[in-house]
Design a protein around this ligand. Structure first.
Ligand code: 5MM
Length: 348
């Protein structure tokens, strides 16, 4: 493992005021989002959509890296350029989702384990050859009565650490994504306690497997009340609790933290990131940014709807959301920026 190279790569991903764009929806997830908007669920429409994203003007001003799905690696634009080549021209580092989704965890109803370790070493070497320099693996943790169990937390932590070690051995920066879901009526405090438990277990496993923390990026959930919790806390409280929890359990050596949006509305996700930077920016030991999928893409998808005539407007929306999140990273985001962008709150 070349730890210096990995550290340098993670610094490039976390550079300045930029963040990551997650465009790695698996076929099932992408089709589900297309179906809701009446977009044909075909490979060609997925290609058209990913083409719209990677050719968006000014995207590179806010985005340092894009996480891709396997299918996208082979796809070309209408004029025959590979998506990977376009990203590289824009100096956006291409990454790849390498997990193969979740399966039920045997004997633990309601819980899941992420699949994809089989032959990962071999796959990773291929990805490196293709020019991919970072990867992503998502573990999913459910909150419910008596959930999550210790077994689900430790099985997922062990698997995340195995994946991260395999990445680093191949010269690829791992994005480690343990997502505690927003689904449910749990409180902010419950989300904080569960997220802290999960992160403690994840960092123990990473340590056991000799993963270089400087050469990895954590992609966590923000600390939020459940979607149906009657007490929806304000932005100030969410920012305070999120940073408080992470300061307790995320080692200072970690290359960076890049949040998932998890189903928050685009504006709220931006506003909360902004508040964290505004109140706690100078105290944080790690760079803190975004790695959103829905909170960047959903308004653009709703404008595009599969219609070529809407491409330009959809791209403007995508670049706008990316720019708002970049402003949030500088603690300079404000509601005025949403004027003339009426769909900014879509997609919750
Ligand atoms: C939690 O999902 C990740 C971040 O997206 P949001 O910002 O929308 O929460 C996302 O990267 C996710 O891992 C990919 O979309 C792949 O998801 P699937 O369900 O297709 O494996």
């Amino acid at each position: 493992m070349n730890t210096q190279e990995l550290k340098h790569l993670s610094e490039r991903l976390m550079t300045g005021d930029k963040g990551l764009l997650a465009m790695d929806e698996s076929t099932g997830t992408c089709n589900k989002r297309f179906k809701a908007l009446g977009i044909p669920q075909t490979e060609e429409y997925r290609r058209k959509y990913r083409q719209l994203i990677v050719t968006t003007p000014h995207l590179e001003e806010s985005i340092s890296g894009a996480i891709l799905f396997e299918e996208t690696l082979q796809q070309l634009t209408d004029d025959g350029q590979s998506f990977l080549a376009i990203l590289k021209q824009k100096d956006i580092i291409p990454g790849i989702k390498v997990d193969q989704g979740t399966s039920p965890l045997p004997f633990f109803p309601g819980e899941t384990i992420t699949e994809g370790l089989d032959r990962l070493t071999e796959r990773m070497a291929n990805y490196y050859q293709m020019g991919l320099r970072f990867a992503k693996w998502r573990a999913v943790i459910h909150i419910d009565t008596d959930l999550p169990t210790k077994t689900a937390i430790s099985a997922n932590a062990f698997t995340l650490a195995r994946y991260a070690a395999i990445c680093q051995e191949a010269g690829i920066v791992p994005i480690v994504e343990p997502e505690v879901l927003m689904d449910g009526s749990h409180s902010l405090q419950t989300c904080a306690a569960v997220t802290e438990d999960v992160l403690k277990e994840v960092f123990n496993a990473l340590y056991e497997q000799k993963v270089s923390l400087e050469g990895m990026i954590l992609k966590p959930n923000m600390i939020l009340p459940g979607l149906t919790c009657p007490d929806q806390n304000n932005t100030e409280t969410i920012a305070q609790q999120t940073i408080h929890s992470f300061m307790k359990v995320v080692p200072a050596a970690v290359g960076g933290i890049a949040f998932l949006s998890g189903g928050q509305s685009p504006c709220l996700a931006t506003e909360r990131l902004n508040m964290m930077q505004l109140r706690y920016g100078p105290q944080m030991p790690w760079p803190l940014t975004f790695s959103f999928s829905r909170a960047i893409q959903q308004p653009a998808l709703e404008i595009w709807k599969g219609n070529d005539q809407n491409i330009k407007a959809a791209q403007q929306s995508l670049a706008h959301r990316a720019a708002c999140n970049s402003a949030a990273r500088r603690a300079e985001y404000h509601a005025e920026m949403e004027k003339n962008h009426t769909s900014s709150n879509a997609g919750s």
